[in-house]
Design a protein around this ligand. Structure first.
Ligand SMILES: [Cu+2]
Length: 353
């Protein structure tokens, strides 16, 4: 038997695959699951979702149930049978217009209420102001009026509001931490506000939620919620100048390379207290204090960092760093640095706690 253009065996396979795909959406507790909320704002959003979901389930069962019942009950039984003819039914038509309208009004009102509780002006009390900038393809987080700049990991204390100003100098991105807060766009030439608050310590995965170029899917970040003491200690460390390597060491050689304009690193990266003052790439002053890098695509360890500096284009094709570094080695643009240079750079970067 053929069902449309698909063979029966294929049809079953497609059915099973679609069902598996559909049911996989039901998994809860995943790192970016907005239905496992861990903040008051995310809780409000999840509650609204469930409410609308169950209203939809009732409407679906009612409408589809009636449809099936009508098909069975009023099917043509004899060849010469003719159905009774009706022309309009005012009270029925009013009913099926008014009821959906009422449902939509209720959903609209509840949505407005949730937008109110999650909105930027609803942050409970004065918080810590920070700026979050969307770049291609990584997030920059600025503390203390931009005096401290870090990337990919947003640290915050528990039980304290963070007031976020969201900016972009390139394209539109969207800042999203599903378990803590809904999405807010970052727009070039326009500032948006949002806030974060939770009493639950831990690490929460975030994601750029607005297509922004070919590495959009790898524009991740983490929100690290610490105790207030741990947060203060982290902040103080970020404000301090970087560690100075002892002369003659591999780290010192790495510092020479990274601050040498001929290696281009200085045009894009800042390392406080050195000639490196570029702003195109992540601030590297305390690079080794971060758990992940390159838009949180990789865990920060020697192996991954070596791979990144050896051939970042293979790891994150089209990334902005690879394009410029390629000029260093026109014969083999994907390998701009020698293994020895990479080793020294890795040693220095890993010392920047
Ligand atoms: Cu983005």
């Amino acid at each position: 038997m053929r069902l449309f253009w698909v063979k029966k065996g294929h049809f079953l396979a497609i059915l099973v695959a679609s069902l598996a795909l559909f049911l996989s959406g039901c998994a809860t507790g995943l790192p970016q699951d907005m239905l496992t909320p861990n903040s008051p704002a995310a809780q409000d959003t999840a509650s609204l979702f469930y409410l609308i979901f169950w209203i939809s389930v009732v409407v679906f069962i009612l409408v589809e149930g009636l449809l099936v019942w009508f098909v069975l009950r009023y099917q043509r039984r004899a060849h010469d049978e003719h159905p009774e003819q009706y022309h309009g039914n005012t009270s029925l038509e009013i009913t099926w217009t008014v009821i959906p309208a009422l449902i939509l009004i209720v959903v609209f009102a509840l949505t407005l209420r949730t937008m109110g509780t999650t909105g930027a002006t609803q942050a409970p009390g004065q918080g810590i102001p920070i700026t979050v900038a969307g770049h291609q393809w990584w997030w920059e987080i600025q503390y203390n009026d931009g005096q401290i700049k870090t990337a990919s990991e947003l640290h915050m204390p528990s039980n304290q509001v963070m007031n976020l100003t969201l900016i972009s100098e390139n394209v539109i991105h969207s800042f999203w931490v599903p378990r803590l807060m809904g999405k807010t766009d970052t727009m070039p030439g326009h500032q948006n506000q949002t806030w974060l608050y939770t009493s639950e310590l831990g690490s929460y995965d975030g994601q750029c939620a607005e297509f922004c170029g070919n590495q959009h899917a790898n524009m991740l970040f983490r929100v690290i919620v610490q105790s207030p003491q741990e947060f203060e200690a982290w902040l103080a460390n970020q404000a301090a100048p970087p560690v100075e390597p002892a002369s003659g060491t591999l780290e010192a050689h790495g510092k020479e390379l990274i601050t040498n304009p001929q290696y281009f690193c200085t045009t894009c990266h800042t390392i406080q207290g050195t000639p490196a003052v570029g702003v195109t790439g992540p601030n590297l002053t305390h690079f080794a204090s971060r758990g992940c890098f390159a838009g949180c695509m990789f865990e920060n360890n020697t192996e991954n960092l070596t791979a990144w500096l050896t051939n970042s284009n293979a790891l994150k094709p089209g990334n902005i760093m690879a394009k410029t570094l390629a000029q260093r080695n026109p014969q083999d643009p994907n390998h701009p640095l020698t293994p020895d240079e990479v080793q020294a750079l890795v040693a220095y970067l890993s010392s920047l706690k």
